[in-house]
Write a protein that binds this ligand. Structure first.
Ligand code: SF4
Length: 390
């Protein structure tokens, strides 16, 4: 799955907020990407549709009171989309419920803007973007982002996409409202994830000043290529030389003399190798596309993979089997749904009341996993010597 792209019709800036973790870390990347065509995926289109449903619900509730009939007509139109799934209704409800949880307890009616285009070009040349939902109440600005993806939970903590949106909103609204606090949230209902982060307006403005030069470099396409986590969605991820050199540098370890590598070297190699799988996959995807186009990739070629069998018409095939004496019970599997699947078919509340609260569902501890030191989870304590002795 490639990056989730929100509303297809949304124009996007060269220095887009969603790609900011990339251009803030690797300034020449945006100009390098210009030579690659834009692409989209089914997942991105699915995300777009879910955003449209969420937008309709938010508009009805907050900014554009509409009759139930108008709402239903618009929603029914979206339901006809080939990518529509019932669960989109549940997940967009969860998002609206989260926002209601913020606004209902407010003492006075807040200012709410849905799908608000904001301009952060005071900080990044020609920078603008669209915020899913902005709320202002008292001295607090709320910047809310709805993500429909179910790949990785995204943290709001010092999230540069959210901070750029907040800077743009601050520029536009600070004349009208006494904003001192910024509350940022990323809601990912498919992962049951809500990440929130708060900072003062003063801290945000200091950060904004600190990125101005970097943004200028990114806009000009100058600076060093710096590979890292942010390469994941870069259009140059397969062919980028800096990224390739990061992994080919693994060859340095050949030079090391003792036959066994030390624990320190294991750590160094793992650090260099993080992302190696993703890089090899990007290289393979690129090489396959090139081979299919007829370009030569030294030592590699495209062949037809193993095909799979399918029923030409399953109903007819099964009827034929039954007519020929095959017992129907042999033709179907009846399997219980997994916990995740049950949660999907029940409403979250019903799932909790019927299964979690009476103790029908338990979570087993996860298998030990190796992660970099920067990971926030606590390390597993090694067994102490006394218990070893026992
Ligand atoms: S692949 Fe990584 S290092 Fe290369 S241009 Fe893109 S972000 Fe920069």
């Amino acid at each position: 799955m490639t990056k989730e792209i929100k509303h297809a019709e949304r124009a996007h800036a060269l220095l887009s907020a969603s790609a900011s973790s990339r251009w803030l870390n690797c300034t020449p990347s945006v100009r390098l990407e210009e030579q690659f065509p834009d692409s989209t995926t089914t997942y991105a289109e699915e995300g777009t549709l879910a955003h449209e449903i969420a937008e309709l619900k938010l508009r009805k509730y907050y900014t554009e009171p509409m009759s139930q009939r108008t709402f239903n007509t618009r929603l029914n139109k979206m339901k006809k989309h080939e990518l529509f799934q019932d669960e989109m209704l549940k997940h967009t409800d969860s998002y609206l419920e989260y926002l209601q949880g913020i606004t209902i307890p407010m003492a006075s009616v807040p200012y709410v803007a849905v799908e608000k285009r904001i301009d952060y070009s005071d900080y990044a040349p020609e920078g603008f973007g669209t915020v899913d939902c902005l709320i202002i109440s008292g001295n607090t600005l709320y910047v809310n982002d709805f993500k429909y993806g179910k790949g990785v939970a995204v943290s709001a903590e010092r999230n540069t996409q959210m901070m750029l949106y907040a800077l743009g909103a601050l520029t536009e609204y600070s004349f009208l409202y006494p904003i001192e606090k910024i509350h940022m949230s990323i809601v990912q209902p498919r992962l049951s994830s809500i990440s929130e982060f708060e900072m003062t307006a003063a801290e945000l403005l200091t950060w904004g000043e600190s990125i101005k030069n970097i943004a200028q470099q990114a806009y000009a396409g100058v600076g060093d290529f710096v590979p890292g986590e942010h390469c994941k969605f870069c259009k140059a991820k397969a062919q980028c030389r800096a990224r390739a050199e990061q992994y080919t540098a693994l060859e340095d370890f050949k030079q090391m003399k003792p036959p066994l590598i030390s624990n320190e070297e294991v750590g160094q190699i793992l650090e260099k190798a993080i992302g190696l799988d993703a890089w090899v996959k990007a290289l393979k995807d690129f090489a396959l596309k090139e081979s299919l186009k007829g370009s030569e990739i030294a030592g590699w070629k495209a062949v037809e993979g193993r095909g799979s069998r399918f029923y030409v018409n399953m109903d007819e095939a099964f009827a034929h089997l039954k007519n020929n004496g095959v017992d129907e019970a042999l033709l179907y599997n009846r399997e219980p749904l997994s916990v995740a699947e049950i949660e999907k078919v029940l409403k979250t509340e019903q799932y909790r009341t019927l299964l979690e609260e009476p103790g029908h569902v338990k979570k087993s501890p996860g298998k030990p996993t190796l992660v970099p030191l920067s990971d926030k989870r606590k390390p597993i304590a090694p067994p102490d010597a006394a218990s070893d002795f026992k």
